[in-house]
Write a protein that binds this ligand. Structure first.
Ligand code: HEC
Length: 169
């Protein structure tokens, strides 16, 4: 009797699992638009690029490397949700959508998230061991974010001065 119930339960589970596979989230890497990427908008040093590629790119760019399990529900739903959500908040492939000031605070947010350990998402580093940030990685990211956000702010200030030469500081 018990054996029979167990068998039926297993069959039911297998059917549910099979049924779940029909709900396929879209996994698209939209094409990059020239001139809009982070590397075209701010100065990205090779060291920073390495960190971003290794630890952030899968969720924060259009160049996602979809792992095999992103084909298998329910993992596929989770992965697609993280990528869609991540891209909506911050997309290296469309960095240009942010204004100068906004880009500056995004740079600082990137440093803060990395320092606080909330990015990359812990569920991601659980599987992508190599994506974990070392202290040196965080330092690299934060030094760069600080310098670049200052440069952006200085650029914005000089732009304003150029527009309003009558305003003397
Ligand atoms: C597994 C996917 C994933 C990875 C990898 C990842 N992120 Fe995120 N990130 C997200 C998601 C999802 C959000 C949306 C925030 C939320 O709802 O929790 C987010 C939000 C952010 C935000 C907030 C953006 C805003 O609107 O203020 C920053 C900054 C950020 N991530 C930086 C990073 C950095 C830097 C890395 C790499 C060191 C990284 N993330 C790696 C998924 C990811």
């Amino acid at each position: 009797m018990l054996k029979k119930i167990l068998k039926m339960a297993l069959v039911a589970l297998a059917l549910i699992f099979a049924g779940m596979q029909f709900v396929r989230p879209s996994r698209v890497n939209p094409p990059a638009k020239a001139g809009r990427g982070i590397e075209e908008q701010v100065r990205v040093t090779p060291a920073v690029e390495t960190v971003l590629k290794r630890s952030c790119m899968d969720c924060h760019s259009n160049r996602t490397e979809w792992p095999w399990y992103s084909n298998v529900a329910p993992a596929s739903w989770l992965v697609a949700d993280h990528v869609n959500h991540g891209r909506r908040h911050l997309n290296f492939s469309d960095w240009a959508r942010m204004e100068g000031v906004e880009a500056g605070s995004m740079l600082q947010a990137m440093c803060k998230e990395a320092q606080g350990g909330s990015m990359p998402m812990p569920s991601y580093t659980l599987v992508h061991r190599g994506a974990q940030l070392s202290e040196a990685d965080v330092q690299t990211l934060c030094d760069w974010a600080g310098a670049e956000s200052e440069r952006l702010a200085a650029g914005a200030a000089s732009e304003i001065r150029a527009l309003r030469p009558d305003v003397v500081e």
